[in-house]
Design a protein around this ligand. Sequence first.
Ligand code: UD1
Ligand code: UDP
Length: 380
Amino acid sequence: MKLAIVLGTRPEIIKMAPVIKELERRIVDFSILHTGQHYSYNLDRVFFEQLKLPQSKYNLEVGSGSHAEETGKMLVGIENVLLEEKPDVVLVEGDTNSVLAGALAASKLHIKVGHVEAGLRSYDRNMPEEINRVLTDHCSDYLFAPTEKAKDTLLGEGIPDDKIFVTGNTIVDAVYQNVEIAREQGNVLTVNRINHPPSPRGRELERGGNDSLVVEPGKYFLLTLHRQENVDNQERFASILKGLDSIAGEFHLPLIYPIHPRSRKMIKRFNLEPGNLQLIEPLDFLSFLQLESNARLVLTDSGGVQEESCILGVPCVTLRDNTERPETLEAGSNILAGTTPERILECTQIMLGKKNNWPNPFGDGIAGQRIVNILMEADL
Ligand code: UD1
Ligand code: UDP
């Protein structure tokens, strides 16, 4: 069996890592095709280095652009590579433009497609990720659904039962494999601020040096915010920032924001005020896991962070109107706050009162092994 793994962004690298590790362990013939959708060191290379992943054999270096520009360039580049490599299966993970391009290019060449994290739906077609998910699922041959709920969704859309495999989510593998290593980094949580916003009102935050801050476990909030529909819309972004600023004030805890370059660009473009937020550069995976597992609460619009906070037992407030991860709402680890300041504050209050003894609905941490087993046993 010969595999090609197509990936291009931070979450794909993190969530495909357990599959890649398993392929290496089983000495399967595979190559990695990186689209180059993410290219900044701290969104890309750092994860290859830290997770000790093999080099990509190809990098298309498509960079950033409109959806059509990104996806179009990827399609052409991926097709060329697949014609040369002739893999039996192309594996993709998640819902980005790189995923759609990989699945589409492969299926048009009659190469089998395996979709890791299949069957997620927000039912919000305004999100580019939703289009990518639906189209990818419908041209895939092996649909690796993380939960029974995701499988039911796929069955409901007419996808045959024998194409769907419930494996758990590889994010559990990634968290379990790395969280202890992250904790061994020590209890001192130091972050390096991008700038010097006004001092937070809380005293929990000490200065740990010129531009670095030391935070205590359980005494800070962690924020990630980068979705196109949130940060590319000035009114929405401003409304969320207002809500976040009021939280930092109300609860007297610092709010740490490893800021995605998209959001940084848009804050500047809209001339928005990050107020009490402590902006830091995007973090490597181990540092992020350490900050996340020790946070009092997480606020996010990220898919992966909703899952990780659920797995780590940290309450989550999701800054969106919907989620393709309803399992987290059912477990009780997550709440949908939308984007108005009042509701963000209210939801934070609710989640701070929660007992964090919810179950983990995303599996047992061996999804990567299951996926490789299924592919090895497949009739290719
Ligand atoms: C993409 C995915 C999103 C995923 C996110 C993970 C799509 C449609 N969106 O969003 O689902 O949650 O990745 O982080 O595929 N930029 C850099 N350096 C980089 C990459 C991007 O500075 O390495 C900046 C550029 O200004 C770029 C902007 O970020 O225009 C957006 O990048 P893009 O890859 O188009 O989308 P993401 O917001 O990263
Ligand atoms: N993450 C990270 N450093 C950061 C922020 C996030 O390593 O500064 C990791 C996080 O642990 C999770 C993944 O990135 O595994 C989530 O990716 P992202 O939010 O970019 O994309 P999404 O999950 O929304 O598609």
